[in-house]
Design a protein around this ligand. Structure first.
Ligand SMILES: [Zn+2]
Length: 465
């Protein structure tokens, strides 16, 4: 029966890992927390459930750009009644969407938008069939994207007759999963956890003395190696600089970051999907919702702040199941960048000042976080909570640092962070004898052709040497 629905709505003969289990539970009216790696068809879980139930699905999504990508993608797939309720809409469009809301099959929105009373009243008066919390690790106090408006979901979801909830994530440690369940009050939820290890992604780590050496390495590597690939870097400025360096080699490359306009982002994504752009140089904003199957290289010019985000970023490679290489470039000064990213919590002093009603300049995130704590906790509780949060960030930082320094298998180090077991593979990682020469000089071998069918074969042959 489910199989028939899959064939009917999507034209697929078989489910992928986890999909059937998750959908079955949801149709039985249970809440589900599902950890499904990127590229395994997470979205199909709610799309098919919505189709089968025939009632609107509400999808709560963390990023506006991600939301827009998902809506565009669903429209391309032939879903007509899809809407994104967000700040991209003009006032007229917003009013119209709101009036028409029950007629849509899939409604995307942000946690911030749910604080709008008009939206909430409308949604609660509708027969919703399912609520989806996408990228659910953003909910967690242990997650890297800690956002108070996510925590407000706890209160928001607490209403009479609410439909089943599915919390979807691609990366979550057991602590994060427990936290998701706690915040969403999903005491009786089923949990589906897929294996997180991706054996087709080979792991490389390189140490350098200076940042310039990293740039030289990237220049040398990318100018002699075929993409498609993504280079992750820590700032807009750096992304633009690296793009400049690579353009000298006539490589089709685009910088992608917060400063790029929405239209340009869309264009870059489409060109990358069509293989018209070979390399993307991005800050961490790139990749969510981009479904490109043949990415062969992920290079981190600086390490991601947590192993969860690292796992998610390298997980964008090799969705076609062919081999790919994920490289992280390290220098001693990277620890300062990571440390800086970790120190993003309001200080004890700020908390005390805030509770005392004193005037102080605050960043937007601090402002939101403090307002939330103030609405939930006493001052001493808020300080305690802040310190707990700091400790969890500290642990995440130590794990990242360990990945940069360990002489043990990198794959094992990464996978064990999620408390899962590791698969044994050939040419596994730098510490298991991987040689990046296996992946190099491919550009010369294939005479600049990105269409060469021998490429993958060649890569496999070299890996087996
Ligand atoms: Zn290894």
């Amino acid at each position: 029966m489910l199989q028939q629905a899959l064939q009917h709505y999507f034209g697929y003969a078989n489910f992928r890992q986890g999909q059937e289990e998750v959908i079955t539970q949801l149709l039985e009216g249970k809440d589900v927390v599902a950890l499904l790696p990127t590229g395994t068809g997470k979205s199909l879980c709610y799309q098919l459930t919505g189709k089968v139930k025939g009632t609107p699905v509400l999808i709560i999504s963390p990023l506006l750009s991600l939301m827009q990508d998902q809506v565009n993608q669903m429209k391309k797939m032939g879903f007509k009644r899809v809407v994104a309720l967000n700040s991209f809409l003009t006032r007229e469009q917003f009013t119209q969407a709101l009036n028409q809301l029950p007629h849509y099959e899939f409604i995307f929105t942000s946690p911030e938008m749910l604080q709008n009373e008009l939206v909430t009243n409308k949604l609660r008066a509708m027969p919703l069939g399912l609520i989806v919390i996408d990228e659910a690790h953003c909910i967690s106090e242990w997650g890297h994207d800690f956002r108070p408006d996510y925590l407000r979901l706890q209160t928001w979801l607490n209403y009479y007759n609410r439909p089943p909830i599915v919390a979807l994530t691609a990366t979550a440690t057991p602590a994060v999963i427990a936290d998701i369940k706690y915040v969403l009050q999903m005491e009786h939820a089923s949990t589906y956890i897929a294996a997180i290890d991706r054996k087709e992604i080979h792991l490389q780590r390189k140490w350098f003395t200076t940042t310039q050496e990293k740039v030289n390495w990237i220049e040398d590597y990318v100018s002699t190696t075929l993409g498609p690939g993504i280079i992750y870097t820590s700032s807009r400025k750096r992304a633009e600089q690296l793009a400049e360096v690579l353009r000298k080699w006539h490589i089709t490359v685009a910088a992608y970051h917060g400063g790029v306009s929405n239209e340009d982002r869309q264009l870059i994504q489409e060109q990358f999907l069509a293989d018209d752009i070979e390399w993307i140089i991005a800050t961490s904003a790139f990749g969510m919702g981009v479904h490109k199957t043949n990415i062969r290289h992920i290079i981190h010019e600086t390490m991601s702040p947590t192993l969860s985000s690292y796992m998610q970023e390298i997980g964008r490679a090799a969705r076609d199941g062919q081999d790919a290489l994920a490289t992280v470039l390290c220098t001693q000064t990277d620890y300062d960048v990571l440390q800086f990213l970790m120190d993003t919590l309001p200080s004890e002093h700020m908390i005390k000042q805030y509770y005392a009603g004193a005037d102080q300049p605050l960043r937007e995130l601090d402002q939101r976080l403090l307002a939330y704590w103030h609405s939930m906790y006493r001052c001493d509780e808020a300080i305690h909570y802040r310190n707990q949060l700091y400790l969890s960030k500290r642990r995440a930082f130590d794990a990242t640092r360990n990945y940069m320094e360990t002489s043990a298998c990198l794959r094992a180090t990464l996978v064990q962070y999620f408390e899962q077991s590791v698969q044994v593979v050939d040419a596994c990682c730098t510490n298991c004898g991987l040689q990046d020469a296996s992946f190099k000089e491919l550009r010369r071998i294939t005479h600049l052709s990105t269409q060469n069918p021998h490429w993958t074969l060649r890569l496999q042959q070299m890996l087996l040497k």
